[in-house]
Design a protein around this ligand. Structure first.
Ligand code: ADP
Ligand code: MG
Length: 363
């Protein structure tokens, strides 16, 4: 397996990639593991499942039966709606051990799933997880990915109720299906934005993209945003608080603020107007933008994987929103066809296209 990676590296490095040193750093980490590793084919799928079965239940109150039968059995509270969502990460497309530690792959996979639950204002409860892995994979890599997954499960009191383990000749594929809940009828949709609403975001946007930029240019410092890129966290608590306050619409920011705002505008059939100077950017974003002679706001609009939330709420909620830590109001919902516009620093109006990060069409 590492032989394969080493060959890929040679071609990549001769391409003069900016990521060179960053990749080397992680390959040193990987190479330390060379030696007495066990492969999936030595352990066997049956034993592998037995091993991962430990520490899978973090809230037993809803679990009738976990891993070990044809299906798991869990009970749903009668006054709750069930939320279900799934996310897949493919090696070479969504992650690579060239620049990600296996632990961080597990962490990220969970964050992507948890963030979808957060965006509905939900509380996460259960996951099932499916793996397709090559037979010669070092089981320590699988264990590390599981460690990242389980750490997030423990933190959010999520149970791993089952999964599937299959062999593949191709790249590794990890799929998590997550189940969450909200009180009946209260899930926050993208389609609920109303003219007159204010638009808000949680924490900083463009944060993960800043860290990625600093890492790929191998820059010193940028410690906060580098971690933001490597181990982003979902906004479960704020999502629930925003739902309880009565926000009208919500979306998580996985493909850039521009793309997510356009999704709300389309689903709700409204225009959204945001103010560039109001968008909360971390100071490292300003520093990096200056260093690379790029526009700070572009990290927020087009950078991926922040896993923050964007929402619209009636104006009457503004005093309560202002009391909530980590919320910034950035604009309003206005009449007009579905579109997103931004009032720039020099007071001109610019249309924001939905060109976030897209796996099939990178723009
Ligand atoms: P079946 O043939 O009934 O699908 P499996 O042998 O695939 O059963 O799985 C046995 C048990 O282990 C099931 O409860 C399944 O949910 C669980 N399981 C299999 N793979 C994983 C995995 N990667 N993570 C968690 N649970 C798993
Ligand atoms: Mg199975």
């Amino acid at each position: 397996y590492y032989g394969l990676i080493a060959r890929e590296q040679t071609t990549r490095f001769t391409g003069g990639s900016d990521c060179l040193l960053y990749m080397l750093q992680y390959n040193e980490y990987n190479n330390q593991k060379l030696g007495d590793q066990m492969q999936l084919k030595d352990v066997g799928e049956f034993n592998f499942i037995r091993q991962i079965q430990d520490n899978t239940i973090y809230d037993s109150s809803t679990v009738v039966y976990g891993i070990g039968d044809d299906c798991a059995v869990y009970s749903a509270a009668p006054d709750m709606d069930q939320l279900i969502s799934t996310d897949t990460m493919v090696e070479g497309v969504h992650f690579s051990f060239h620049y990600m530690k296996p632990y961080d792959v597990g962490h990220r996979l969970m964050t992507a799933n948890l963030s979808d639950i957060a965006a509905m204002g939900g509380n996460p409860k259960q996951i099932v997880l499916s793996i397709a892995a090559p037979q010669h994979i070092d089981t320590e890599i699988l264990d590390e990915i599981y460690r990242g997954i389980k750490a997030q499960c423990q933190r959010y009191k999520l149970n791993i109720l089952g999964g599937d383990t299959v062999r593949t000749e191709g790249p590794m594929v990890w799929t998590v299906t997550i189940i969450g809940e909200v009180p009946k009828g209260t899930a926050v949709m993208r389609s609920g934005a109303q003219v007159g609403d204010v638009v808000g975001v949680t924490n900083y946007v463009g944060y993960a993209a800043t860290g990625l930029g600093a890492l790929s240019y191998n820059l010193e410092g940028y410690d906060m945003t580098k971690i933001g890129h490597q181990r982003p966290d979902p906004q479960i608590e704020l999502g629930e608080q925003l739902r309880q306050l009565g926000v009208h619409s919500m979306n998580d920011i996985s493909d850039g603020l521009g793309s997510e705002l356009n999704e709300i505008a389309s689903a709700s059939n409204v225009s959204i107007l945001v103010e560039e100077s109001a968008i909360p950017l971390h100071e490292e974003t300003y520093t990096l933008a200056k260093h690379l002679q790029t526009k700070p706001v572009d990290y927020a609009l087009y950078g991926g994987e922040d896993f923050q939330l964007v929402f619209t709420a009636p104006k009457s909620l503004v005093p309560k929103l202002e009391n909530l830590a980590g919320i910034t109001l950035i604009g309003e919902v206005v009449t007009g066809p579905p579109k997103v516009e931004m009032v720039t620093q020099d007071r001109t109006i610019k249309t924001i296209e939905a060109k976030g990060y897209n796996h099939f069409h990178e723009s």
